[in-house]
Structure formats: C-alpha cells, structure tokens
Design a protein around this ligand. Structure first.
Ligand code: COA
Ligand code: ZN
Length: 312
C-alpha cells in the first residue's frame, strides 16, 4: 500500500440521487435544495443532484426539475444527473444540467429489471442521448452498472464489460463510471479491471462507484486509487442503492472514504468536519441511523476524556 503523497482525487457526491432513490420517505424538495447547497461548499468536484427517470420507477426523485432550478450553482462544482433515455435527456437539458450521467447495466437481467429495456435497446437510446448532448455542448459520462458482478446473473464476463466500454468510447463519451451496484467487487478484481481499462482508454475520465454491501467498499476504494482511478463516487452517510437490484445497500460513505484518504496523504479538497456536520443533518432528514462510521466516531484523533474511574 502506498502513501498518497498529495495525489489529487476528485470526490463526487451521490447521496441526493443514489441515496434518496432508496429512501422510503419522500425527502421534501426544500430539504433536498438546502442539503445540496450546503454540500456545494464542502469541496466536491461533482454533485449528482437527481435523476431524470420515470416518476413511477423512482418516485423519490420526481421533483428533479424543481431541485435543479432552485439550487445555487457554485462555480467549480459540476452538477450532474442520471439520465436513462432520450426523455430524461430532454428534461435534463431543460434543467440546464452541467453533464449527462447516462446509465445502463452490463448485465442483461439487471438492465431489464432496472430500465425495462434490453441492453441493445438501452444502447440505442443512449446513442441518441449522446448525439443530443453533442448538439447542446453538454459532456457525457456513462455509468455502467454491475461491472463487478450481477446479483441475478453472478459473474459478468470481463470481455463483455470491455465490449460495452468500447462501444461507448466509440460514441465519444468523456467519462466512464465503473459501478459495483450491489457490493460484489473485491480488491484484486477492482485493481485488475481498473488497471486494464485505464491502460486501454487512457483519454477517458474514469470513476469508481462502490457500494459497501459486503464491507469491502473502503478496501476496493484503495485498490481503485492505487490502480490509477482519480474520481470516486460516494454517498454522505452511506445511504443509497438501486431499488431494482435485489440485496442492494448503501454506497461507501463520503465521510468514511474522505477520512481514510486524508489519513493516507491524498488531496481530496474536502472539508471533513463539514461532512460530519452535514451527515448529522442528513440523519434527521432520512429519519434513521446512517450506516457510516466516521460521522459517529469522529476523526481518528478525536480526543476523549478517560473513563470516570480514572479521573479521581
Ligand atoms: N422521465 C420521466 N418520465 C418518463 C421518462 C423519463 N426519463 N421516460 C419515460 N417516462 C414516462 C413515459 O412518459 C410514460 O409515462 P405515462 O405512463 O404517463 O405515459 C412512462 O414513463 C412509461 O414510459 P416507457 O417508455 O414505457 O418506460 P418504461 O416503463 O419502459 O420505463 C424507464 C423505462 C427507463 C423510463 C424506467 O424504467 C426508469 O425510469 N428507470 C430508472 C431506474 C433507476 O433510476 N434506477 C436506479 C438507478 S441505477
Ligand atoms: Zn450506486
């Protein structure tokens, strides 16, 4: 394991998209806007504000337009949203989005469950979305679900993953996110795939997206960064998950990942105390305990008073 030596990492927040889509309680629009505005000042490279999906599929994010229109756009922060089809891209454009985060799964079964399309149908839609984005001058990132395994199909063959990346690269997308949708990735698998794709497509902006379903999220993050990944998705408080992926649980928690990376000498540009305070606010919004740990325990150098029997 290496010292980060000041290597700059770009942190993307997904709590208001990946997180809120999984909450049973509808988070009021005012609260979404206030949280995003608060997060905007904490050092993120990118915030995934919402998704432009069908309100039947993802009722929690049915207020995407209003949220986009009401947030304060902080210079330097990219405000992105998840887009599954042309209708979603049109809505995102009307909302003056900074980037389209288009989505499909490399697993046929997961794509059918989540997007109600075959992978080929999704790709055809997304090719139209990329064409629309080019006309409008909006950059495109593609998030590929289940690249480290599918909860219904099991292992996803690496050549199949590489084949989909090749097709999106040929369309001219700027970036690709490798999503571990249900926490099936393990560190040496992450290292191998990340090294391989970065070597094959060095001009693409690569992002890793881990869920902590099996407790491997932090180890996978280190593996990805040591393989050369410089952009990471994570979710405040560790909330999140795909409602159409059986067994899905939350993303790696922003405060846990940032704390670890800062200890290791990476430059994240993030305000950790600000994150911990924002996580306390988030816990009130979602009205349940958060899966993250640093929001409860604090920084590793948090000093505690000795137990009472040692004080007198
Ligand atoms: N935004 C808003 N509404 C949309 C939409 C979009 N991007 N795409 C389709 N719709 C509407 C249609 O207008 C139609 O509305 P109607 O019933 O009032 O006529 C309805 O949704 C169904 O349209 P259809 O094209 O048949 O879509 P579908 O039911 O096959 O669903 C998706 C396809 C992609 C829209 C839907 O599965 C979806 O939004 N999935 C997102 C899942 C997700 O975000 N998962 C978590 C993140 S990985
Ligand atoms: Zn996710």
């Amino acid at each position: 394991m290496k010292n980060g030596n000041g290597t700059r990492l770009h942190i993307n927040e997904v709590a208001t998209r990946d997180g809120f889509q999984m909450e049973s309680r509808f988070i009021p629009t005012d609260d979404k806007v206030a949280l995003i505005d608060r997060l905007g000042g904490l050092g993120y490279a990118k915030i995934e504000v919402t998704s432009f999906t069908s309100a039947k599929a993802i009722p929690a994010l049915r207020d995407g337009e209003e949220v986009m229109h009401r947030i304060a756009r902080r210079p330097g922060v990219v405000y992105t949203a998840l887009v599954p089809n042309v209708r979603g891209a049109e809505r995102a454009l009307e909302s003056r989005i900074d980037e389209f985060n288009i989505v499909m799964s490399v697993s046929e079964t997961h794509n059918l469950s989540n997007l109600r399309m075959t992978r080929e149908q999704s790709f055809a839609q997304l090719a139209d979305v990329v064409a629309l984005a080019k006309q409008a001058g909006v950059p495109v990132n593609v998030s590929l679900s289940c690249v480290f395994g599918c909860p219904m199909e099991g292992e996803v063959p690496v050549p199949s993953v590489l084949g989909w990346i090749e097709r999106f690269a040929a369309l001219g997308v700027q970036g690709v996110t490798l999503c571990d949708t249900t926490g099936m990735a393990y560190p040496i698998q992450v290292q191998a795939l990340c090294e391989r794709v970065i070597a094959a497509w060095p001009a693409l902006d690569w992002t890793a997206h881990f869920h902590n379903t099996r407790g491997m999220g932090l180890a996978n993050t280190v593996a990805a960064v040591e393989a050369g990944i410089r952009r990471l998705d994570m979710s405040l408080g560790g909330i999140g998950g795909c409602p159409y992926a059986p067994g899905a649980t939350g993303n790696v928690a922003t405060e846990d990942v940032v704390h670890m990376l800062q200890c290791m000498g990476y430059e994240t540009a993030m305000d950790l105390d600000g994150l911990i305070a924002a996580a306390a606010e988030l816990a009130l919004l979602v009205a349940h305990e958060l899966p993250s740990q640093v929001s409860r325990s604090g920084h590793r150098l948090t000093r505690h008073a000795p137990p009472a029997h040692r004080r007198n």
